[in-house]
Write a protein that binds this ligand. Structure first.
Ligand SMILES: C[S@@+](CC[C@H](N)C(=O)[O-])C[C@H]1O[C@@H](n2cnc3c(N)ncnc32)[C@H](O)[C@@H]1O
Length: 446
C-alpha cells in the first residue's frame, strides 16, 4: 500500500472529524517518510482540500446519494482519488484508483467496492478542471465558487469587496503552489555575500521587491535545507515581511501576538527594532517563539512573555512602536491552510472582531503619546479590520489612523494604500493576503 495515500487519507479524516489543522499533521507524517513519498503526501492533501467543492461536483455525478451523506473516510477517499485523477497529471489513473481504494480498505473495508466503482466512473469522465458542468441555472458567482472551489458566501463577499477580476485572481491564487519565501538574516555581513555563500551551499535565492530582506528560493523545498537551522534564513512569507516594514523603527518594539516569531525576527533582522518584547498567550507557542529566536542566535534581543495581550503586564503609554498581529479568521491564508475555507462561517467573524477590539484597545494604551500601533490581520474581511479600527477609534479621542510617508512604503503597499492608512493586499501569485492599519497616538495624549 502507498504510505503517502494512507497518510493523506488519515489526515483528511482528522481534519474533518477533529477540526484539526492539516499542515502540522502532514509535516509530522512527511518527516518520517522518504522525501518523494513526503512530497506526494503534501501534494495529495493540499490538492484534495483546496479543490473539495469542485471534486464533490464531479463525484456527485457518479454517486446515487449526496457526497455529504457518506461516512467521513469514504468521502475523503473519493475526494482523494478524484483529485489524483482530475488534477494531478503525474499520477497514473490505475495508481489513483487502486492505491486509494487500498488505503480505504484499511479504514473502512466494506466501502472499498463502492469507492472502486465510483473512482472508475470518474476516471472515465470527460470532466476536467475549468470544465465543470453546472447546468443551465448556475449564475456567475456560483460558477466562480465551484470553479475556484471556495464557498459561495466567501466568493460573494470578495467580489463585493475587490471587484470581480481582482476577486477571481485572489481565488485562483489560493489554489496555486508558490516557491518558498525566506527572510535573509545577514547579521552584519553584506547581504550579497550571504546570498553568494548560500547559493554555493545549494540554496539559490532570488530577491523579492516587497521587503528589504525578502527572497524566494529558486526551485526547491527550503524547509529541510541546513541553512534554515543555521539562522542565516528563516521561512517567512514576503507579505508578512512587508507588514513588519510598516512598523516605525524604535529601540524597543512591543510585539503583542508574537508566536511563532516571524515578524519579531523581521523587526530584528531589518534593524527596525534593537530589542523586541514579544507577548504570546499560549505557553507552548511562546516556547516555540523563544526557541526559534534562540536557534537564530537572537535570544538576547527578545524578551518572550506568556501573557494575554488584552491585559499586558507592561507599563502603559511607554512604547514608541507596537505591533499587533492579531488572531483572525485567516482568509488571506487559504492557500497554506485550505481547510479554513470549509470551516469558517460568516457569523464567526463577529467572535474574532470582539477579541481584536479588546487587543487593539490594549495596544493603544501601551503606546506612548506620538507613538504608532500597527494593527495587522491575515484576513481581508472588513469586520476584522477597518470596522474594528473604526469602533476603537470612535471611543478614543487620543488616536487616529495615520498615513505613512508614501515614499517609505515597501512595494506593493504603496499601490494597495487607499490614502487612509489602511492597506489591503489580496492573495496573489506569490503572496498571502493581509490587511494592516497604521494608527498614531496624538503627541499630547495622556
Ligand atoms: C497571527 S498569529 C501571530 C503570528 C506572528 N506575529 C508571526 O509573525 O509569526 C497570532 C498569535 O496570537 C496569539 N494570541 C491569541 N490570542 C492572544 C492574546 N489574547 N494575547 C496574546 N497572544 C494571543 C496566538 O496564539 C497566535 O500565536
Amino acid at each position: 500500500m502507498s504510505p503517502a495515500r494512507a497518510a493523506a487519507l488519515d489526515v483528511l479524516v482528522r481534519v474533518e472529524r477533529d477540526r484539526a489543522h492539516a499542515a502540522p499533521l502532514v509535516d509530522a507524517r512527511a518527516r518520517r517518510m522518504p522525501p518523494r513519498e513526503g512530497a506526494l503526501l503534501r501534494a495529495l492533501v493540499r490538492t484534495t482540500l483546496r479543490h473539495a467543492l469542485r471534486l464533490d461536483h464531479v463525484l456527485a455525478r457518479s454517486l446515487d446519494r449526496p457526497v455529504a451523506s457518506l461516512e467521513a473516510p469514504v468521502r475523503a477517499a473519493l475526494r482523494l482519488g478524484a483529485a489524483q485523477l482530475l488534477l494531478m497529471d503525474r499520477v497514473p489513473p490505475h495508481a489513483a484508483v487502486g492505491e486509494t481504494v487500498a488505503a480505504l480498505k484499511a479504514a473502512a473495508p466494506r466501502a472499498a467496492g463502492l469507492a472502486n466503482a465510483v473512482l472508475r466512473r470518474v476516471a472515465a469522465t470527460e470532466e476536467r478542471p475549468g470544465r465543470v458542468d453546472l447546468g443551465p441555472g448556475a449564475g456567475p458567482i456560483e460558477r466562480l465558487s465551484v470553479e475556484t472551489s471556495h464557498p459561495l458566501w466567501l466568493v460573494r463577499r470578495w467580489v463585493d469587496l475587490l471587484g470581480e477580476p481582482a476577486a477571481r485572481a485572489a481565488l485562483e491564487a489560493d489554489n496555486a503552489d508558490t516557491p518558498v519565501e525566506v527572510l535573509l538574516d545577514p547579521r552584519g555581513e553584506p547581504a550579497a555575500d550571504v546570498v553568494a555563500r548560500l547559493a554555493a551551499e545549494g540554496l539559490p535565492l532570488e530577491k523579492v521587491a516587497w521587503a528589504p530582506l525578502a527572497y524566494r528560493v529558486a526551485g526547491r523545498e527550503a524547509g529541510a535545507h541546513p541553512a534554515i537551522r543555521s539562522g542565516a534564513v528563516a521561512v517567512v512569507d514576503s507579505a508578512a515581511q512587508a507588514m513588519a516594514e510598516l512598523v516605525p523603527p524604535a529601540d524597543v518594539v512591543v510585539d503583542l501576538a508574537a508566536a511563532p516569531g516571524g515578524k519579531t525576527r523581521c523587526l530584528l533582522a531589518t534593524g527596525r527594532a534593537r530589542r523586541v518584547v514579544a507577548l504570546e498567550r499560549h505557553p507552548r507557542r511562546a516556547f516555540r517563539l523563544a526557541s526559534n529566536l534562540s536557534s537564530a542566535g537572537r535570544r538576547d534581543e527578545v524578551l518572550a512573555v506568556v501573557a494575554d495581550a488584552g491585559r499586558p503586564p507592561l507599563a502603559r503609554g511607554r512604547a514608541a512602536s507596537v505591533l499587533l498581529d492579531a488572531p483572525c479568521s485567516g482568509t488571506g491564508t487559504l492557500r497554506k491552510s485550505p481547510e479554513i475555507r470549509w470551516r469558517l462561517r460568516p457569523e464567526d467573524l463577529r467572535g474574532f472582531a470582539e477579541v481584536q477590539e479588546r487587543l487593539l484597545d490594549a495596544a493603544l494604551d501601551l503606546c506612548a503619546p506620538g507613538g504608532t500601533v500597527v494593527y495587522v490581520t491575515c484576513s481581508l474581511e472588513p469586520e476584522e479590520n477597518e470596522e474594528v479600527v473604526a469602533r476603537v477609534l470612535g471611543r478614543r479621542a487620543d488616536a487616529f489612523r495615520a498615513r505613512p510617508d508614501a515614499g517609505s512604503l515597501p512595494d506593493p503597499l504603496g499601490a494597495a494604500e487607499r490614502g487612509t492608512g489602511l492597506f489591503r493586499v489580496a492573495p496573489g501569485p506569490w503572496n498571502d493576503g493581509f490587511t494592516a492599519s497604521v494608527l498614531r497616538r496624538a503627541p499630547g495624549a495622556r
